[in-house]
Design a binder for this molecule. Sequence first.
Ligand code: TYM
Length: 325
Amino acid sequence: MRIFSGIRPTGNIHIGNYLGAVKQWIELQKKNECVFCIVDMHAITTPYDVKEMQKNIIDAASIYLAAGVDPEKSIIFVQSGVKEHAELAWLLGTITPMGELSRMTQFKEKSKQHKDYINAGLFNYPVLMAADILLYKGEAVPVGKDQEQHVELARTIAKKFNQKFGNIFPEPETILPKSGAKIMSLTDPKKKMSKSDDAKSYISLFDTPEDITKKIMAASTDSGKDIIYNITKKPGISNLLMIYSLLTDEPTKKIEEKFKGKGYGEFKKSLAEVVINYLEPFRRKQKELQTRDVYVKELLNKGKSRAETIAKTTMQEVREKMGLG
Ligand code: TYM
């Protein structure tokens, strides 16, 4: 199967992004042809710091590599380097109903969050995302729950294109992780963990051990003392249990037993240790790659030319089908 997925290089990629998306990629790359993109053109649809962008791109590459994406096997590249993404997005925009785009939850949320930055790019975000996937004829898209709606729209767009111009695109399917598709905020466990919220609400993959401990110890918990997985009654502790379970591969039941009769404090201390140890390779890779930018650029350039070969072939087909050029 051809797999496509991506992350916005925003500089604060967090444990929710890892558990919802990247962790799945590593399994999938064993048996599939994978394309993993650093989607910088999506990152500019909300306010950003131009001076930070290159560092953020290298950081995103560090995350892919530290997590175990194999650049010899899978394609890793930066979206804006392959011009065909923008071209296909424009063409697909002409068959995407405005009504569908205005129904997108992410657009509604982000326009509320950035009232003075509601731009056409933000509105068209899902069209560019459909272009990303379809350019590589992606059949499956491993993402977290919040992106399911966008992948569904990509399916609708693929279907519409095929009906109107001729059958060239597979209809991509979402792959959600069995658990961890929606990691919640540490400070408000009824909301999903999000890059755009306060830094106390998420654990960045590059947080220092001190910050990780502080954030976990301060994480919102629920009334009562028992460590029990129950999302409705105990959303805070359940979220922490889920993170513990996903990072240790221990079922939540086993963790509940381990901490039976012990307080939240002890559980949180142990979780902080688990998270610190798990994220150590990420911090190490970030440090290493910051001093090896020639190596990273070379790696991303290789990825770019592999991606371009596929993208150019698809675009030729698309232009022909649409009677362009
Ligand atoms: P981004 O950078 O916002 O998110 C990257 C991935 O992290 C997942 N995610 C979560 N998973 C679990 N719990 C959370 N709290 C959580 N928050 C985020 C997201 O679902 C996503 O998989 N629009 C995409 C980037 C993109 C893309 C694509 C993805 C652009 N083009 C084509 C797939 C295919 C996004 O949300 O990025």
